[in-house]
Design a protein around this ligand. Structure first.
Ligand code: ADP
Ligand code: MG
Length: 570
C-alpha cells in the first residue's frame, strides 16, 4: 500500500455527525443476534418439555415466545432503519468530501490526470465501498456477535463440544486469511479496468460525430469490444476468486457442522449431555457456521473496499492545490518576465529567454505563427506551470509563491476552448454565482450577446457543452464571463477566432475601449485599425520574442511583423 495515502479523512467522513445512527444500528444489530440465540434456547426448552410431557409449561412457553416474537420484529425493523440512515449520511459525506477535495486541485494538477479516474472513484468505486465496507462492516458485527454469543452459550452448555468447535473453526479462518489478499488485489484491478472502460466510452461518445463522419464505426466497435472483453475478464477473475473463497469456506463449514454433530451424538450416547442440549447445540451450530463462512469473506471484501478508499485518497491528494501568499486584486507596477524559458517536455523548449513587462492599464497584442508559444505564455501567466526558469513577478511578488485563488481574482483568461454547462445562458455567464442584474446586462451588451439574449431569452438552456449555441456565441459567452468577473487583468487567447470579421472587430474594439484594464490579447487578426490601438505589439516566433513595439514602429522597422502583416493583408 502506498505509504503516502491517508484514508482517515474519508473514514472520518463516514462517521461525522453520524455516530448516533451508527451506535443505534450497532445496538439493534447486536440485539437481533440475541434474538437468534433466544430462539435456539426455546428449541431446547420445548424438546425437554416434550421429553417431560409437560403440557401446561408448553402453553406458557408458547405465549412467552409469541410475545418475544413481536419484540424481535421491532428490533429487526429498527436495525434496518438505523443502518439505512447511517449508510445514507455516510455515503453522502464521503462523496461530498471527495468532490470538495477534487475542486481544491490546481488546474494543472487536474488536467494532468484523466477525468475518468474521478468518475470511476465517485460512481463504481463508491458503490463498492458502500456495499463492501459500510454494509458489510455492520453484517460483520452481526455475525461476529452471533459467533461470540453462540460460542458463549455452547461453552455454558457443554465445554467439550465448544472446544471441538473452536478447533474445527481454525481451518476456515486460516483459509480466508490466506486468500483475502488475493481478493483485494483483484478488486483493485477491477477498479482500474473500470476506469479505462469509462474513459474509452466517454471518448467515443464525445467523438461521436467525428467517428461517424470518418466512417470509423467498425474500428471503434472493435476497440470497444476489446476493452469490454478485458473488463469482463477482470471482473470474472475477481468473481472466480470470490467464488473459490466462498466455496472453500463453505466446505470448511460443512466439516465443522458434521464434526460437531458426530461429537455431540457421541457425548449424548455416552450420557454426558442431554438430547435437548444436542438439539440446541446443533441449532446453535447454524448461527455459528454462517459467521465462519461469511466473516472471512466479508473481511476480505471489506479490506478490498478500503483499498478503493485509499485509491480515492490518492487521486484527490496528489498535487492538491498549492497555497501561497495572497496578492491584492490590483496591478500597481507590472507583471514582469525576466529570462523566462519553459518546455512541456525535457529538451524541447517552447519559450526561450522571454523578458517582457506588462504595465497596468495598457493594451498588449501578442502575435506570431501557430506553435510559437503564445498560448503557453498565457498559461504561464495564469500560474498553470511552475517549472519555468527565469522569473515572473507580479508587482515584485514571485508568481510561484502567489496563492492561485488570489491570482484568479487579478487575472482572467478567455481561451479558445469554451466550456458551457447544460444550464441557462444567465447561469453560464455568472457560473452559478450572484451578480447584480445591471452588471450582467452590461457584460451581455459589451460581449455582443444582446441579440442572442433578446431572441432566446436569458433562461434559454445551452445544452450539453453548449450544443445549442454557435461557436461564435459560445466565445461571446466566455468573454461576457470574464467581463462580469471584472478582474483588472484580462488575457485573451484568440478569443474572437470563431467570430465573423465584423463581430470580431466590434468585440475586440469593445475590449480595447475598456478603461483601466490591463489587456494581453493573443490574436492572429492583423487588422491595422485595431493594431494601432495597442500600446505594444509583441512578436513571438519559435518561443522567442522577435520584436516588440507599436504598430507604427514595427511597420517602419520592416522586419518580421511587417512581412506577417503584409502577408495577411494580401
Ligand atoms: P501557439 O498558441 O502560439 O499556437 P502553443 O503555446 O499552443 O502555441 O504551443 C507551443 C508549442 O508547445 C507547440 O509546439 C505545441 O505543440 C506545444 N504544446 C502546447 N501545449 C502542450 C502541452 N500541453 N503538452 C506538450 N506540448 C504542448
Ligand atoms: Mg494558441
Amino acid at each position: 500500500m502506498n505509504p503516502s495515502t491517508d484514508r482517515r479523512a474519508y473514514t472520518r467522513a463516514f462517521y461525522q455527525g453520524n455516530r448516533l445512527n451508527f451506535a443505534l444500528a450497532l445496538l439493534f444489530t447486536v440485539l437481533s443476534t440475541g434474538a437468534m440465540l433466544y430462539l435456539s434456547w426455546v428449541l431446547g426448552e420445548v424438546t425437554n418439555l416434550m421429553a417431560a410431557s409437560d403440557l401446561d409449561e408448553l402453553g406458557r412457553t408458547l405465549s412467552v415466545t409469541l410475545i418475544s416474537l413481536a419484540g424481535i420484529l421491532a428490533v429487526e425493523l429498527l436495525t434496518y432503519y438505523y443502518k439505512s440512515r447511517f449508510i445514507h449520511k455516510a455515503m453522502r459525506q464521503y462523496k461530498d468530501l471527495a468532490f470538495s477535495r477534487l475542486s481544491e486541485k490546481s488546474i494543472s494538477a487536474f488536467s494532468r490526470e484523466t477525468t475518468s479516474r474521478y468518475l470511476s472513484a465517485l460512481t463504481n468505486d463508491a458503490n463498492s465501498v458502500e456495499e463492501n465496507y459500510l454494509n458489510r462492516s455492520l453484517l460483520l458485527i452481526y455475525h461476529g456477535a452471533l459467533f461470540v454469543g453462540g460460542m458463549t452459550m455452547m461453552l455454558a452448555m457443554s465445554w467439550q463440544l465448544a472446544l471441538a468447535a473452536i478447533v474445527l473453526c481454525l481451518i476456515p479462518i486460516a483459509c480466508a486469511l490466506a486468500m483475502g489478499g488475493g481478493l483485494a488485489r483483484r478488486e483493485r484491478a477491477m477498479s482500474d479496468q473500470n476506469e479505462r472502460f469509462v474513459a474509452q466510452v466517454k471518448d467515443f461518445l464525445s467523438g461521436f460525430s467525428i467517428i461517424k463522419s470518418f466512417k470509423a464505426e467498425g474500428e471503434v466497435k472493435q476497440l470497444f469490444c476489446a476493452t469490454n472483453a478485458e473488463t469482463e475478464r477482470v471482473k470474472e477473475r475477481r468473481r472466480r476468486w470470490e467464488g473459490m473463497l466462498s466455496g472453500a469456506t463453505q466446505v470448511c463449514g460443512v466439516l465443522l457442522q458434521m464434526g460437531i454433530f458426530f461429537i455431540g451424538a457421541w457425548l449424548a450416547i455416552t450420557g454426558s449431555i442431554q438430547m435437548g442440549t444436542v438439539l440446541v447445540i446443533l441449532n446453535l451450530c447454524n448461527c455459528f457456521t454462517a459467521p465462519i463462512q461469511i466473516v472471512p469473506q466479508y473481511w476480505a471484501s471489506r479490506k478490498a473496499a478500503l483499498a478503493l478508499v485509499d485509491k480515492l485518497d490518492q487521486v484527490t491528494r496528489e498535487n492538491a492545490g498549492r497555497s501561497g501568499r495572497a496578492i491584492p486584486p490590483v496591478l500597481k507596477q507590472a507583471i514582469a518576465l525576466e529570462g523566462v524559458s519553459f518546455g512541456y517536455e525535457e529538451g524541447r523548449p517552447v519559450l526561450q529567454g522571454l523578458s517582457i513587462r506588462f504595465e497596468p492599464g495598457k493594451r498588449y497584442a501578442v502575435v506570431g505563427p501557430s506553435g510559437s508559444g503564445k498560448s503557453t505564455l498565457l498559461s504561464l501567466l495564469m500560474g498553470a506551470y511552475h517549472s519555468y526558469t527565469g522569473s515572473i513577478t507580479i508587482d515584485g511578488q514571485q508568481l510561484r509563491e502567489v496563492d492561485p485563488d488570489s491570482l484568479y481574482d487579478l487575472m482572467s483568461l478567455i481561451g479558445q476552448n469554451v466550456f458551457l454547462f447544460d444550464d441557462t445562458i444567465t447561469r453560464n455567464l455568472t457560473l452559478f454565482r450572484d451578480f447584480p442584474a445591471q452588471q450582467v446586462e452590461d457584460a451581455v451588451q459589451r460581449s455582443g450577446l444582446s441579440a442572442l439574449v433578446e431572441q432566446r431569452g436569458a433562461d434559454y438552456r445551452c445544452g450539453e457543452n453548449g450544443v445549442g449555441l454557435s461557436g461564435g456565441e459560445r466565445q461571446r459567452v466566455s468573454i461576457a464571463r470574464a467581463l462580469l468577473r471584472g478582474t483588472p487583468v484580462l488575457l485573451l487567447d484568440e478569443a474572437t477566432a470563431a467570430l465573423d470579421n465584423q463581430t470580431a472587430y466590434e468585440v475586440t474594439d469593445g475590449i480595447l475601449s475598456l478603461e483601466g484594464l490591463t489587456r494581453i490579447v493573443v490574436t492572429h487578426r492583423l487588422d491595422a485599425a485595431l493594431m494601432q490601438r495597442y500600446d505594444e505589439i509583441l512578436v513571438l516566433k519559435d518561443g522567442r520574442l522577435l520584436e516588440s513595439g507599436t504598430f507604427r514602429e514595427l511597420m517602419q522597422a520592416k522586419k518580421y511583423f511587417y512581412s506577417l502583416f503584409t502577408l495577411s493583408e494580401g
